[in-house]
Design a protein around this ligand. Structure first.
Ligand code: FAD
Length: 620
């Protein structure tokens, strides 16, 4: 059914391609903007081979149009898709996923390729990209080149470039094309200085709709966040060199609803001192108002971020000025280096040689140089501020596992966040954008209460439907966040006289006296009998490092008996080591206590996952 209009979609993308003489479409499934950036770069590349490309958001078009691509000569569809969470597509690729699942289109004569973006620390590494690749083939499409598997845990930029360098020659061979241009820096947006623009028409940090933060209108979501008041803020650590914030956000009147286990997203702002420094380095009055307008008039994306706005707004709310700068930006920056030595340094680090890659790894990644550090250390590099704003990735919202239960706190959302603050090898101090911004929010008596733009993202991380079902929750560090909500909920049920099953919590941190967060609360739940067991591991209180996974192993019999009784197992926190180690311990327990072979144990865990009896909420 063609319900294009009702869903607010632009139109069939194939008609659009025909009308503008395009033959390559690059769909992106993007959550943090990287996949979208790669899609734009691939679409720009097409020029070099006499093709004409466009990047497109699958949410804006009908995927049912894909079979019609064969009506365009030498046409190609590329998917740059990220895998999110537990092997899921990104929000904007949900319809693409649904369409692939129906699997009944005839794609004979359609040419395609996939570049997948994922992170090896996660179990479901690139599973959505792989699904797109196999489903397209199964429906009869022709794979022009093998899937690229980008790993964000290592160097995804490098994976992308390495794949691209082999991909384009394969495309040329497939379509019998010749490369007729060199890779050059070209802009996608042009600078427009708006004349006589009235104040009401200028954006000030709202993510999409003009003045949406001033005139708040529900429903609130990623494009229309709710400006929530911070009503409480306190430090959870006692001494030590790190900080951890407990924050309470008021959602009264927002119509926002949440469940324990959901995530709240926060739109942060860059540090104002860093923004001022960047303004100085660029030699630009940050109050100047500008617009960036897409040179491709057919593109549905008119601006890279809401425009017009001032440079200060763009550098504060819209672009990322603190992550290590990517090689393609270094390459473009080289055009603006007056000093040939600095120019060569940039080009060398952006080159594909092993030495160049190593230099980039050392000088940018290891030394944690963001754009401000680079412009400071290479003082002859003076990019036009508008081009810099175009090049830099979009500043992303940060997600937090909600640490409260709506049953106990229907009008507030609690957050538990470790503050990111570290010294880089060059002696600079890098502070996490969102956490340092939250830390500075002042709840003084005389000042108006601070606010944060937020939205709620529903998750699948849920307590069992029946309160009698036993649960094991493994949440070291801030991984305890969602379990605080779970325990609050079970405590209420128990006090209401409902039957509540075993509620077992594993918590771990460095030192009992320093970072044992929510200790009093959890001990109180233990005293009241809401927590049936509370196991703690302190890695730095004894000569040998003890982690939650060790305790879990010691309690193998109990873990197995809970699983046998239909219990649920939850893991939250660090994806890099902990979640994997826990997985291995559970695998071991299934083998030794459940008398399974490794293959059987793996299948058993898969089944638990599909029944949502083994859930992970992990981040890296
Ligand atoms: P950023 O500005 O994003 O900086 C963080 C980056 O700095 C890191 O990614 C790393 O690359 C770098 N970095 C950090 N330390 C160092 C170092 N010592 N040396 C070199 N580089 C370093 N966080 C919580 O605290 N609590 C939660 O409940 C929580 N839940 C989450 C749930 C989900 C679904 C996801 C995706 C993430 C969650 N996070 C949580 C992480 C959170 O979203 C942010 O990533 C985190 O708070 C840091 O944000 P920031 O803006 O302060 O730091």
């Amino acid at each position: 059914p063609n319900n294009t209009q009702s869903q607010g979609k632009t139109s069939g993308f194939v008609d659009k391609m025909k009308a503008s003489g395009k033959n390559v479409v690059v769909f992106y499934g993007s959550q943090t903007g990287t996949a979208e950036e790669f899609a734009t770069r691939l679409s720009k590349d097409t020029k070099r081979f006499g093709l004409k490309g466009m990047s497109a958001d699958p949410e804006e078009y009908d995927m049912e149009d894909i079979p019609k691509l064969k009506e365009i000569e030498n046409s190609l569809v590329i998917f740059c898709v990220a895998t999110y969470g537990e092997g899921d597509p990104t929000d904007n690729a949900q319809e693409l996923f649904d369409w692939l699942q129906t699997g009944d289109a005839d794609l004979t004569g359609v040419n395609y390729a996939v570049f997948a973006l994922g992170n090896k620390t996660y179990e479901h590494f690139n599973s959505f990209g792989k699904l797109v690749d196999t489903k397209m083939e199964a429906m009869g499409a022709t794979r022009v080149f093998e899937i690229g598997l980008g790993d964000d845990d290592a160097n995804i930029e490098d994976d992308f470039i390495t794949w691209k360098d082999r991909f384009w020659p394969a495309v040329c061979e497939h379509f019998n094309l010749e490369q007729n241009g060199v890779e050059e820096n070209s802009r996608q947006f042009k600078l427009v200085i708006p004349e006589n623009v009235v104040e009401e028409k200028i954006f000030h940090g709202e993510p999409a709709r003009l003045n949406s933060l001033k005139t708040q209108r529900p429903p609130f979501d990623a494009k229309n966040p709710f400006l929530a008041t911070i009503t409480a803020k306190r430090e959870l650590h006692v001494g030590g060199d790190r900080g951890c914030l407990h924050i309470e956000i008021d959602i009264t009147g927002s119509k926002l609803r949440y469940d324990s286990g959901d995530h709240v997203a926060i739109f942060p702002a860059n540090d104002s001192a860093l923004v001022e420094k960047l303004g100085e380095l660029l030699g630009r009055n940050l109050d100047d108002v500008f617009s960036l307008v897409n040179l491709d008039e057919d593109s549905s994306k008119k601006h890279p971020f809401p425009c017009p706005c001032s440079y200060r707004t763009a550098l504060t709310y819209y672009v990322d000025i603190t992550t290590p700068v990517r090689t393609h930006i270094l390459k473009e920056l080289a055009d603006y280096a007056a000093d040939p030595v600095e120019k060569d340094k940039l080009l060398f680090m952006a080159s594909r040689t092993e030495e160049g890659k190593a230099a980039y790894q050392e000088w940018v990644i290891k030394d944690c140089r963001h754009i401000v550090a680079i412009l400071e250390d290479l003082p002859s590099v003076k990019p036009p501020p508008d081009h810099l704003c175009e090049m830099l990735p979009r500043l992303q919202a940060r997600y937090y596992s909600i640490s409260s239960s709506p049953k106990l706190f229907p009008t507030s959302i609690h957050i538990t966040a470790v503050i990111v603050d570290y010294e880089t090898p060059t002696g600079r101090r890098n502070q996490g954008v969102a956490t340092s911004w939250l830390k500075k929010k002042d709840l003084g008596v005389n000042a108006p209460p601070p606010t944060v733009p937020i939205f709620v993202r529903r998750s699948q991380f849920r307590l069992p439907f029946k309160s009698q079902t036993p649960v094991i929750m493994i949440g070291p560090g801030t991984g305890v966040a969602p379990f605080r909500g779970f325990v609050q909920e079970r405590d209420l049920l128990r006090r209401d006289g409902k039957p509540v099953g075993d509620t077992i919590l594993y918590f771990g941190c460095r030192k009992r006296a320093e970072d044992f967060i929510y200790r009093d609360e959890m001990e109180e739940y233990m005293n009241r009998g809401t927590l049936s067991k509370f196991y703690t591991a302190f890695s730095r209180d004894s000569p040998e490092k003890i982690y939650v996974q060790h305790l879990l192993k010691d309690n193998a019999d109990e873990v197995w008996s809970i699983l046998e009784r239909g219990g649920h197992l939850y893991v939250c926190g660090d994806a890099r080591n902990m979640a994997r180690d826990v997985h291995n311990v559970i695998l071991d327990i299934c083998q030794t206590r459940g008398n399974m072979s490794e293959t059987e144990a793996l299948a058993f865990i898969k089944k638990l996952e599909s029944q949502r009896r083994y859930s992970a909420d992990v981040w890296s």
